[in-house]
Write a new protein. Structure first.
Length: 712
């Protein structure tokens, strides 16, 4: 054993060794940062090129990327959004639908169930839903060397393999082989999509299949029946009887099922509790300890619909009795924090001042001027944006060259082919009602911004729609020209935004969403591509093709949005409401601060699986401050009823969050707050804030026969 001096010397050596290692780590981190900056600059140049090349070439580049093992920064290309109306029958009739039933051996049932529970997506379904799916799956057989799924075909079936072996290929290259107990084709049960790979049999195979309509019926019906049942339970409790319908609906959404076995203590006398229980199934015994003789006295038996522990919702409660499961019991549970966040009703948002008589009078005066204009009254100056739907051109009034507008030109045939007519009609009605300075506004005959979702699309939609035109091939929309550029383009070129810059743009979005939600409108396609700057630098929300008026206390089941921004309840087909927009707001904050969204994958299904793992599984980079990270996580709660913005104080909870402390909301609403980025716009014809685009040589065929555009 050495002397004390020897030990001190050895300790000093270790400390010096650690110091040298720390210095080396610092040097390597600095070198890594420098390389990251170089990669970022090169990536920005590549992104700028990708965003202006012809669509066909862009598709080739994307196909080449998919063939690589590593696919760097695909998010830098403009992202496609998806919309698919539910295939199931009318929602009100779902509870009366008889689902198909196909008999199976116990072994087959167990194999299907285990395969579902082993699948990254389907394992997130509830056990009752999985059981119904198992019952509804029907048998399918394929011989050797048969094609089950062909890459590029449209599919609607998901399969579970029971016997045999298949090979999966993509673009002619083998990806893997699969045997019994595997699920494949699951993206097709979410929405109408093309298959991303080919599946061929290597032997005779036996499969079980279910189609999208049956799957969606199961998911929708389960949610609706459960929600209605929970509402009835809540209405029977005196504590809740005077609450507004919308608050009860949120309580029903936030309640969780908890299971207890026979003899298990649910509540123990003397313990402190903050939880309220409603019995869904089974019975419980309520007992009390007699302090005199230490005997347990039976007080009563409770069954389905009975409740206990309500005092815990008002404050910390010392339990005065035992509650013990008398058999297998399921309880609906809500804790005090969730209760306090929800009780109090929905506060009105402070956005009613946007609509005033002076503004409406101004719009009516403009209407008189624009109603007399014709298509040939304009000259085309330059292209502001392109996409599969058509183009946005900067146009100039021939009689007054100081007046320029954006003319959005939509291909009628493409709208019909992608079945987007209803989205156009919905957008039209919504824009008629909307008069917020932070969103697209309608003045005369309102119509959609960019409505086609299966092609990359521009968001250079201006803030007001003045007039619409049509001919046999196109729809034309005359819009105010916002020449500040797309937020997506600015983010692409800068890589990411500072905290204060992100705060300003997030605040603009909060104001827009608050206005829409107060009208019972859900937006559903928030992302940088759908934000544009006016000449002052204020961000405006554009593209209302996915917006829908659902009212209050209502849900909708359309699978809708851009994959990286889709909320979990949309993926799981649980039905969604305005709270889905607050999830997307958290994703937007993260992307603006870092340059990329928190959830992404090489294909939509993998992206959805990452989303379902939750925001807590994401490691936030250092550039996201503590307060910003806290707000993002509160916006991206898995349970919609727990999201900030969807609690009792509504959007005020977001506006009062620490991240917004000191922010001038009144200045933002009045337009007196100085934006972080002020665009350089030298004249009404200055298109310098937009990328350059090639001419459009793809002229569509006419579409004169469908008649859906009669009201343009």
């Amino acid at each position: 054993m050495g002397t004390l001096r020897d030990l001190q010397y050895a300790l000093q050596e270790k400390i010096e060794e650690l110091r040298q290692r720390d210095a080396l780590i610092d040097e390597l981190e600095l070198e890594l940062d420098q390389k990251d900056e170089l990669i970022q600059r090169l990536q920005n140049e590549l992104d700028k090129y990708r965003s202006v090349i012809r669509p066909a070439t862009a598709q080739q580049v994307q196909a080449q990327q998919h063939s690589l093992v590593l696919q760097p920064d695909q998010h830098r290309s403009k992202r496609q959004a998806i919309s698919a109306e539910p295939m199931a029958c009318d929602i009100m009739d779902l509870s009366h639908v008889t689902l198909p039933f196909y008999p199976k051996s116990p072994e087959s049932k167990e194999l299907i169930k285990e395969a579902i529970l082993d699948n990254d997506f389907m394992k997130n379904l509830e056990l009752s839903q999985i059981q119904e799916i198992v019952d509804c799956m029907y048998p399918v057989d394929y011989s050797n060397d048969a094609c089950i799924i062909k890459e590029g075909d449209v599919g609607s079936l998901v399969f579970v393999m029971e016997e045999g072996k298949v090979e999966v290929t993509k673009e002619g290259m083998k990806l893997c082989t699969m045997g019994p107990g595997k699920v494949f084709g699951e993206l097709a049960i979410l929405y109408n999509c093309t298959r991303t790979a080919t599946v061929r049999t290597l032997t005779h195979v036996k499969l079980w299949a279910i189609d999208r309509q049956c799957f969606q019926t199961i998911m929708m019906r389960t949610g609706l029946i459960k929600h209605a049942e929970y509402m009835e339970f809540l209405k029977s409790v005196p504590t809740f009887q005077d609450l507004p319908e919308e608050t009860l609906s949120k309580l029903a959404d936030v309640m969780e099922e908890t299971h207890y076995e026979d003899g298990e203590f649910i509540i123990r006398q003397g313990a402190r509790g903050d939880t309220f229980f409603i019995i869904s199934t089974g019975k419980v015994n309520v007992t009390q300890e007699d302090s005199a003789n230490q005997q347990s006295v039976h007080l009563r038996e409770l069954a389905r619909g009975d409740w206990f522990g309500e005092r815990a919702l008002q404050g910390e409660d010392v339990r005065t009795a035992n509650v013990i499961a008398a058999e297998s019991v399921t309880c609906l549970v809500i804790d005090r924090d969730s209760f306090k966040h929800l009780i109090g009703g929905l506060d009105d948002v402070s956005n009613k001042g946007y609509e005033d008589a002076e503004a409406k009078a101004k719009y009516e005066a403009e209407n008189a001027f624009f109603s007399n204009l014709k298509l040939n009254d304009f000259n085309i100056i330059d292209t502001l944006g392109v996409g599969g739907f058509g183009r946005v051109e900067l146009v100039q009034l021939k009689t007054d060259e100081a007046k320029t507008f954006a003319m959005k030109i939509l291909k009628k045939r493409h709208i019909v082919d992608t079945r987007q007519q209803e989205h156009i009609r919905s957008e039209k009605h919504i824009m008629t009602e909307a008069h917020s300075t932070f969103i697209v506004r309608s003045v005369t005959r309102p119509h959609s911004g960019s409505v086609i979702r299966r092609a990359n699309h521009t968001t250079s939609c201006p803030s007001r729609l003045y007039r619409t035109f049509k001919d046999s091939k196109y729809l034309y929309m005359l819009l105010e020209a916002c020449l500040g550029g797309e937020l997506w383009t600015i983010l692409r070129d800068r890589g990411s935004f500072e905290d204060s810059t992100t705060r300003f743009y997030t605040a603009c979005v909060v104001e827009a969403l608050a206005y829409l939600h107060a009208k019972g409108i859900i937006y559903r396609d928030l992302k940088p591509e759908n934000l544009i700057l006016d000449s002052r630098g204020y961000a405006k929300l554009v593209d209302f093709g996915f917006a829908k008026k659902i009212g209050f206390c209502k849900k909708t089941w359309t699978f809708c949005g851009t994959p990286e921004y889709v909320a979990p309840e949309i993926i799981l087909n649980k039905g969604h409401d305005v709270s889905a927009d607050y999830w997307s707001l958290g994703i937007l904050m993260y992307e603006l601060l870092t340059g990329s969204p928190p959830f992404s994958g090489p294909d939509p299904m993998k992206t959805y699986n990452v989303i379902l793992r939750g925001i807590d599984m994401i490691e936030f980079p250092k550039k996201i401050t503590k307060n910003a990270g806290n707000l993002i996580k509160k916006l991206c709660r898995d349970n919609p009823s727990e999201r900030l913005g969807n609690l009792k104080n509504g959007v005020k909870d977001i506006q009062k969050h620490k991240w917004f402390e000191g922010f001038n909301w009144e200045g933002l609403r009045k337009g007196t707050l100085t934006p972080p980025i002020i665009p350089d716009v030298s004249s009404p014809t200055d298109t310098g804030n937009f990328d350059s685009f090639p001419e459009d040589t793809d002229e569509p065929p006419p579409d004169d026969n469908s008649g859906w555009d009669y009201d343009f």
